[in-house]
Each structure stands twice: as C-alpha cells, then as structure tokens.
Ligand binder design. Structure first.
Ligand code: EAX
Length: 326
C-alpha cells in the first residue's frame, strides 16, 4: 500500500512541479529600436525574440518596441544604463557619446564593403569594442547592421561635393558626422531619428543621410525627392543589454542572450543584403531621382577635415587597425 501511496504522491508532486514550471510567468523584457517593425531592425528583433523563446523554453519573453516607441536611440541607451529598458538595437550614431572608442566606426569611408565591415566587427577589433560597453553600464552583445549611408534631399540632385553647399542636412547626434558635413560645406543639424520625418515634411531640414533600408522602411519617396548613393559611412548597429539586467542572469542565461543577439545581427545583415539593390529600384519606382555614379574620391577629400579633426582624439591607431584588417 505504501508503495502505491509513494508513487501517487510522487506523481502528483511531479505533475504539480511541471505545471508550476509551465505556468511560471515568463520574465518579460523590452527590445527597443527606432525603425519600423517592417525593417532590418524589425527582422533582427523578431530573430532575437524567436531565438530566446527557443533557447529559454519560454522562460524569457521579448517584447519588441519598434518605431521609437520608447524614445530616440540616445534616450534608450540612457534607459539601459538605469535599467528602465532592458534591450536595444541601435545605430552607433549616438553611442560614441557613451563609449568614445565606438566613434571610430563612424568615420567616413572607413569600411570598403559590407563583407569587410563584417570581417572587422566579427573579429578581434569588433569584440574588443563590445567589451568597452560594460564600464558604461551597457553590455555589448553583438554587432548588427544598419548599412552604408546615403544622402537624400529636396533641393537638387547632389552629384558632386559642391552640391552639398548650404544644404540643411540632419545628421545623427555624432560629432564626426557633423564635422564631416560641415567640412563638405553643408549645414549639419543633429537630431534624434524620432524627429527626422516631421522635420523633412515641414522643411525644417532639406535632407538627411541613412541606409537604403531605412529609406524604404519609411517610404522616403513621400517627402524626399533626391537620393545620392554616396555610401559615405558604414553604419553598424549594436545589440545592447542593460548591465543591471545582465548582472541578474546566470551563465547559461547570458549565453542565450548572446546567441539570440548574434541571430539578430545575422537577420539584419540578411535583410540589408536582400534590400540594398531592390530598395533603390523601389525608391526610383516611387519617384525618387537617384544619382548613382559619383566621384567617391572627391567626397572623401571633402570630408577629410573630419578625420584630421577627430582621428587623434578617437584613436588614429584603431582606425589604422581597421583599415589594415580589411
Ligand atoms: O538606427 O538615426 C539614424 O539615422 C539611424 O540610422 C536610425 O535611427 C536607425
């Protein structure tokens, strides 16, 4: 009789535990980004959430917060530092203000191609830079991708650097980019992405610069006439976690988040690769005039003063290492 009682009580206990674990509330985390859900960041966010669901068996639930729902990129990174936001995928634009070494990644004409950018970011240099985040209360999980940035405006086609003269161009809150467009004769206006479309629609600024996938994800043909494929900066995106959140995780859980971030990074790169050419055609089909073959050397010469101004401050040796690693 005892045996059957023990068996039944064990079974009841077992069922109870499994029910408890099944019903244990998932730990929910927000993952914020500024582009729409239908974008390379959205695809990255979905890949992150799916991988976490798979690895954690539902113990962690990632809630995507697209389109600047939790604020601009700088605001969200500040949110990670105080733990009000758990995760973000952010362009490096404003990140240099938190981790100065990251400014080196935003130097114009530093990366030769997508492949060489991936090689650097996934190699020793990229991993070294991710490790620089922790002292700032941020955990650099992986390098995702925003893409090569191009200039759009509403005034006239930009075919040579001189055509930038006087254009009020929105830039990210990034002192290297501001210096680059100042050197080229434009009137750079730094602002958070969340204000850009309104500023373009109202004519507060004449233009801006962003990768093709940002332009297509936001239907840029509705408020910008000209696109010039300058490719003047390769813009990485960083997958970051709040250190406050990270410190509460065990080793296995931390491994899950790193693996999910790498899946997100790959998803963003896959979307950019798919969209780069098709995206230009879509922008043209919807009425944008696209300047394709420009003299890149002329644009590079025009922004050289930004290098001269900031290379020493942000690591001429690291810039040289990045060049040598491509
Ligand atoms: O991260 O601010 C920008 O122009 C960024 O490229 C955009 O928010 C995607």
């Amino acid at each position: 009789m005892k045996t059957i009682t023990r068996f039944l009580s064990g079974t009841v206990l077992g069922v109870g535990l499994s029910l408890a674990s099944m019903t244990q509330a998932a730990q929910e985390m927000n993952l914020a980004f500024t582009p729409p859900l239908n974008s390379h960041y959205g695809d990255a966010g979905k890949a992150f959430a799916d991988k976490m669901e798979q690895l954690s068996g539902g113990a962690f639930k990632i809630n995507l917060k697209p389109a600047g729902a939790l604020g601009g990129e700088r605001d969200v990174v500040e949110g990670l530092q105080i733990g009000s936001v758990e995760l973000t995928i952010t362009s490096t634009g404003p990140v240099g203000s938190f981790v100065p070494e990251v400014f080196t990644l935003d130097f114009p004409f530093l990366f030769d191609s997508y492949a060489s950018a991936h090689q650097v970011l996934d190699g020793e240099i990229g991993q070294e830079l991710l490790a620089k985040f922790e002292p700032q209360g941020l955990i650099g999980l992986a390098w995702a991708e925003n893409g090569f940035r191009h200039v759009t405006n509403n005034v006239h086609p930009v075919e040579k650097p001189e055509d930038l003269a006087g254009l009020k161009l929105r830039t990210m809150e990034n002192k290297v980019h501001i210096a680059a467009f100042q050197a080229a004769g434009a009137a750079p206006t730094p602002m958070s992405w969340t204000e850009v479309i309104t500023a373009l629609q109202q004519g507060t600024v004449d233009g801006q610069e962003n990768p093709v996938t940002i332009l297509t994800a936001n239907n840029f043909w509705e408020f910008q006439k000209y696109l010039t494929l300058t490719g003047h900066v390769y813009s990485p995106a960083a997958v970051l976690m709040s250190k406050i959140v990270w410190d509460d995780l065990d080793e296995q859980q931390r491994g899950w988040f790193v693996e999910a971030a790498r899946a997100a990074a790959q998803a963003s790169r896959d979307t950019v690769a798919r969209n780069e050419k098709a995206g230009v055609e879509l922008l043209q089909q919807n009425g944008m005039e696209v300047v394709t073959n420009i003299d890149k050397a002329a644009f590079q010469a025009a922004v050289q003063p930004a290098y001269d101004k900031y290379a020493e401050e942000y690591g001429a040796s690291l810039i040289q290492r990045i060049r040598d690693a491509q």
